[in-house]
Every structure is written in structure tokens, then in C-alpha cells.
Design a protein around this ligand. Structure first.
Ligand code: AMP
Length: 543
């Protein structure tokens, strides 16, 4: 008979991260550029106290374990307090991307059955518009002080964040419960059909925080000043609000000011050492420092993911600015970190260029994530850096199922990522293609099917395919490839104008090209891979 270990059973809990940060790094700062326009300074100790008060307020508003609490907010200290107050009190924090099409935001709120919605000041108009379509919603809390509450609004259930906190005494003990309890939900529109919710547990979140802070991951330390550019509604800002508490580092929250000049100013002012975001953001920052001959005085590491890091960006940061680039790959369904690219001991004496060639890849699996590449029959492919296959993963922080969806997304117990990759003998994974039919522009998804459905409703269109075309700023932008109905006359401009009002403006395709026929696979499906190859060099007029 096996001998059982004799260690304490302490559930992994999100509140324990905050308690640790408050106790051991209580005076370490959290600095936020607020939507109100000013800078705000608080500390881990203060965030913990106010999170307790907010947890009390949520109880007073009638929240019960398992209830979902939504946020439509940028990166800031109040959003951080909501993260901890909600998850820590056994509720489920549901972050929502305000940039989605309003109907999609409403669909997501209704699917999650959010009871309370926390909203940043400049997102209130969106919520006012959607409120009549949100039957389960009981209260909207505006994330501001009394002075900033609007005199006129259309909501009859609008509360003030600071008033809620002021009304509480903070005499609240974080409850203990099963570590597999849901902590947060994030919806992804990176697959076809309606957005799907990934439900993270306390256990998966804490394990992800441990792994993501490791030296070969983000290498986050108490001495760091971390600026998460990645929004808190994008897979919990890649777990930074948790890993930052775990190590007790200083956090700098940029609000909605993500342009190059604003980021540079904030980084210099707060002496940021490490940051994380998508390539489009970094391009904006690099353009600004290059155009103005600026240097970074403290910035040492940038974590780049969400889309492939362009090789030229890696070299510009490293060779011209002495900023280490850490390329990472992940997904909403992976909390998000899957692989991170760092060199091994055996690479120590490689010439710079050879080392950077490796660093262009998406990287090695972080402990806790297991990966494989398989062919169409599901057979594992060799790790030789040449054979490619569908990338599948499993692990402690990989989803097992989606919220409210019965059908399992798994294939033989593995989660199929929709990415096509090679893995070399040293375990470095490189994404070479995508089998899922979506377009990722500046880190945000655009559904090909939605674009195709719009054009298919045009009387002159027989067939329409949306594919990703390369764009220097946004990485990918939608290109429509269209077959006209026989004899029909329609122009590129007319088709582009046809999208107006049917999808968010930023999703409108950049170009339309007309062809006589579209390529199809043997099974009669549209052959998107072939189409992407045909237009691999297509120059977008917007590029
Ligand atoms: P999301 O769920 O929105 O985080 O998107 C996840 C998807 O973004 C992945 O399945 C990839 O298609 C893409 N992605 C994320 N990181 C990278 C990367 N470093 N290189 C290439 N594609 C990436």
C-alpha cells in the first residue's frame, strides 16, 4: 500500500497571492494612469484592504458564491481590486473586451449571466446602450469617485465604486474553499461560431502564476517594475496581476493610453523594467523612440506574444536598444502561457545572430504544459524542426471544456490549438500556420466567417472568402477574395462600403480582390491554406 504524504492540505487560492503581497510587499507601489486623466498611486497593502471592502460590498449587493461579476475596464488599480475582491470572495470575475461589437458584448454578458458589471468611465455609453438587452444584470458600478459620477444617465441601477468602498469597514476574512472553484472567465472569439468562455480555477491560476514568474518564463522579481500593456480583459493580462502579487513587484497600469509616446513617457517616469504586450503595441513604441532619437533608461525585458514577434522587431529591441525580447505563445484556453523562448545552457557560446534565430521561435513548453504535433490522422509527428502538424496541448492550466458548451473540445485528451507548428529536437516550438479560420489584427480577432456572411448577402456576390493578409502595423488585416455572380457588376469600393454598420469599423476589410473561382479541397471545403499562399505577397493599399 502506498504511503501518503504528510503535508498540510492548503487549497491554492487567489486571495493567498494578495495576502502574501500585502504582508511582505505592503508598501510596494501600484501606479495607474487613470481614465480621469491623472496619475494615481497606491500599494499592495492598500489594494488588499480595499479588495476586502469591495468583497463586503459585493455581499451586501446580494452576490452569492459562483455568481459572475463582469468588468468592462482598462488596466488600473480598481480593476486589480475587482480581480481580487471577486475571485477571493468565491465569485467569478468575468473580464470583457470593450472593443468587441456591442451585440457581441451583450451576448457574452448574457451567456455568463453577469449579475454586476464594473465599468470604466469612458465605457459607460456602451453599457447604457446595451442595458435593455441584459436581463440578468442587477447593478452597474461606475469605477470612479462621487465627483465623477454623471449627473445624467439612463441607468436606474448605477452605483459609484468609491461610495461602495467607503461604506464598508474592511472587517472581512478571505474565505477558504475548494481550489478547483471557478475564479474567472474569459471569452475567446478566436474560434468559429459564438465566443466561448474559458473558466479558470483558483488552482489553475495560482499554478500559472508560479510558472509564469520563473526565471526561464517572465523572470519576474520583487525588484521589477512591471507594466502590463496587455489588457486585463485579454486572458487576465497574461496572468500578470497574479504573478506580480506572487513576487511582490511594482505594477504600472497604463489605462487606455497605449500609444507609443504615452507608453514611453510612463515607462521613463516610473522606471519600468519589464513589460508585456502584442507586437502592434511595440511597433508603436519603437516608431516613437526611433523618430525622436530616444533611449530607454530602465527597460530591460519585453515579453512579446499574442501574435508572432517579427524578427526585425526582436533585433531592433535587442541590438539597438539593449532590451531583451522574450517571445511567448499562448491562448485564452491556456490561461494563456504555453511556451516561452529562452536559450539553453548549450547555446551560451552561440554567435548573436544564431542565438536570435532561435529566439524568433515561439519557444519551449513551460513546466505544466505538455505539447505535441499531430498529422491529419492524429498521429504524433517527430520533433525535428521540419515536420509540421496540428499543435495540441494539455496541462494544469489548459481548459477541459468551455462554459455552457456540452461538446468537449478535446482530441484524445489533448486540446487542439488550431495552430500548425514544428518542434525541434531541443523542444523549441515554431508556429508555421493556423488551421482555425480567423484573422488576428493587432492582437484582436476578426471572424472570417462573419466577414464572408456580410458579403454573401450582397446581390452581386456569388462566393466570398476572407483571409489574413500581412500588414506591417497590424500583423494581419482582412482581405476579401470574391467571385462575382455571372454578369454582375460591382466595384471593390462598393463592397467595402457594404460592411458599414454591419461589423465594427476596425474590422472592415482592407481590400477586395476579384477572382474567377476559389480553390476547394478534395472534400469540397474552401481551401483557405491555398488561398493564403496565393495572396501571401498581396500588398494591401493600407500597408
Ligand atoms: P488568444 O486566445 O486570443 O490569446 O489567441 C491565441 C492565438 O493567438 C494562438 O492560438 C495563436 O494563433 C496566436 N498566437 C499567440 N501567440 C502567438 C505567437 N507568439 N506567435 C504566433 N501566434 C501567436
Amino acid at each position: 500500500m502506498s504511503l501518503m504524504g504528510q503535508m498540510m492540505q492548503m487549497p491554492l487560492s487567489i486571495s493567498s497571492l494578495l495576502i502574501h503581497a500585502a504582508r511582505h510587499h505592503g508598501d510596494t507601489e501600484i501606479v495607474s494612469k487613470r481614465v480621469e486623466g491623472d496619475m494615481h498611486r497606491t500599494s499592495w497593502a492598500e489594494v488588499e484592504l480595499r479588495s476586502r471592502k469591495l468583497a463586503q460590498a459585493l455581499q451586501r449587493l446580494g452576490c452569492e458564491p459562483g455568481d459572475r461579476v463582469g468588468t468592462l475596464a482598462w488596466n488600473g488599480y480598481r480593476h486589480l481590486e475587482i480581480y481580487y475582491a471577486v475571485s477571493g470572495s468565491e465569485l467569478v470575475c468575468h473580464t470583457i473586451n470593450p472593443r468587441l461589437f456591442p451585440q457581441q458584448v451583450a451576448w457574452i454578458i448574457n451567456d455568463a449571466q453577469d449579475k454586476i458589471l464594473f465599468v470604466d468611465l469612458n465605457i459607460l455609453p456602451l453599457v447604457e446602450k446595451l442595458a435593455p438587452t441584459l436581463p440578468a444584470l442587477k447593478h452597474v458600478v461606475l469605477m470612479c469617485g462621487r465627483d465623477n459620477m454623471p449627473r445624467e444617465h439612463v441607468l436606474d441601477n448605477l452605483l459609484c465604486y468609491e461610495e461602495l468602498i467607503e461604506a464598508e469597514d474592511g472587517h472581512y476574512s478571505w474565505p477558504t474553499f475548494d481550489e478547483n472553484t471557478a475564479a474567472s472567465i474569459c471569452y475567446t472569439s478566436g474560434t468559429t461560431g459564438n465566443p466561448k468562455g474559458a473558466v479558470y480555477s483558483h488552482r489553475s491560476t495560482v499554478l500559472h502564476a508560479y510558472a509564469s514568474a520563473l526565471p526561464d518564463s517572465m523572470c519576474l522579481k520583487a525588484t521589477d517594475t512591471m507594466l502590463p500593456v496587455v489588457p486585463m480583459f485579454h486572458v487576465n493580462a497574461w496572468g500578470v496581476p497574479y504573478s506580480a502579487a506572487l513576487v511582490g513587484c511594482k505594477l504600472v497600469m497604463p489605462g487606455h493610453h497605449l500609444d507609443g509616446p504615452s507608453l514611453y513617457e510612463l515607462m521613463e517616469q516610473e522606471q519600468v523594467t519589464i513589460s508585456a504586450g502584442v507586437p502592434t503595441i511595440w511597433q508603436g513604441l519603437l516608431n516613437h523612440v526611433q523618430a525622436n532619437n530616444l533611449r530607454f533608461s530602465s527597460f530591460r525585458t519585453t515579453i512579446i506574444g499574442g501574435s508572432a514577434c517579427p524578427p526585425s522587431m526582436l533585433r531592433t529591441f535587442e541590438n539597438d536598444y539593449n532590451v531583451e525580447v522574450v517571445h511567448a505563445w499562448g491562448m485564452t484556453e491556456l490561461s494563456p502561457i504555453g511556451t516561452i523562448c529562452r536559450l539553453k545552457g548549450k547555446h551560451a557560446n552561440l554567435p548573436l545572430e544564431a542565438g536570435q534565430k532561435i529566439l524568433e521561435k515561439q519557444g519551449r513548453a513551460v513546466f505544466g504544459v505538455d505539447m505535441r504535433i499531430v498529422d491529419a490522422e492524429g498521429d504524433p509527428q517527430p520533433w525535428n524542426g521540419i515536420a509540421s502538424g496540428d499543435l495540441e496541448v494539455r496541462g494544469h492550466w489548459v481548459i477541459d471544456s468551455y462554459f455552457n458548451v456540452d461538446k468537449s473540445p478535446l482530441h484524445q485528451g489533448w486540446f487542439p490549438t488550431g495552430d500548425v507548428a514544428t518542434i525541434d529536437a531541443d523542444g523549441y516550438m515554431q508556429v508555421v500556420d493556423r488551421s482555425k479560420d480567423v484573422i488576428k489584427s493587432g492582437g484582436e480577432w476578426i471572424s472570417s466567417i462573419e466577414l464572408e456572411n456580410v458579403l454573401m448577402a450582397h446581390p452581386a456576390v456569388q462566393q466570398a472568402a476572407a483571409i489574413a493578409a500581412h500588414h506591417p502595423k497590424w500583423d494581419e488585416r482582412p482581405l476579401m477574395v470574391v467571385v462575382k455572380k455571372p454578369g454582375a457588376k460591382v466595384t471593390r469600393e462598393e463592397l467595402l462600403a457594404f460592411f458599414k454598420g454591419k461589423i465594427p469599423n476596425w474590422q472592415t476589410p482592407d481590400d477586395v480582390v476579384f477572382v474567377d473561382e476559389l480553390p476547394h479541397t478534395a472534400t469540397g471545403k474552401l481551401y483557405k491554406l491555398k488561398l493564403r499562399q496565393m495572396f501571401a505577397d498581396h500588398k494591401l493599399p493600407t500597408a
